[in-house]
Write a protein that binds this ligand. Sequence first.
Ligand code: RP5
Length: 167
Amino acid sequence: MEGQINKPQVGVIMGSSSDWEVMKHAVEVLKKFHVPYEAEVVSAHRTPDRMFEYAETAGGRGLKCIIAGAGGAAHLPGMVAAKTLLPVLGVPVTSRQLQGLDSLLSIVQMPRGIPVATFAIGEAGAANAGLFAVALLAMEDAGLARQLAEFRETQMATVASMTLPLS
Ligand code: RP5
């Protein structure tokens, strides 16, 4: 488990270490906002008992939400959501055969009753899941809310000053 000194507030889990190249973009956001997090591999299909244990203990360990990324038949976010009351943010990882469309449909098409907040396929989705976790925490953390507002201001200024290579 990759951990931080402070008690983790966000859990980042993924079905395989091969998901890291996508999921690291969620972690980078959490780091940028100094949100304590934990990150580890938890597979729905290959380590089902670990997945249940992770989900069942997450709230008691102080996590406020879980970002779960998986590819292919991506059952991890939905199964974790079934075993915790914490908000679960699902990230469809780009898959080799179907480029993540399989992951997206597996995560987004939850049956009524167990929601998973589903993000875009790949890096943008992972980064946005990180930002969404920050927004959730910012509801009860004025300092984090200020950081988020500053991030938006900076982003706006960057885009507003963009120029095109017109001749
Ligand atoms: C899923 O299977 C993982 O989330 C990963 O996206 C995919 C492939 O896993 P590896 O074969 O690369 O370990 O469970």
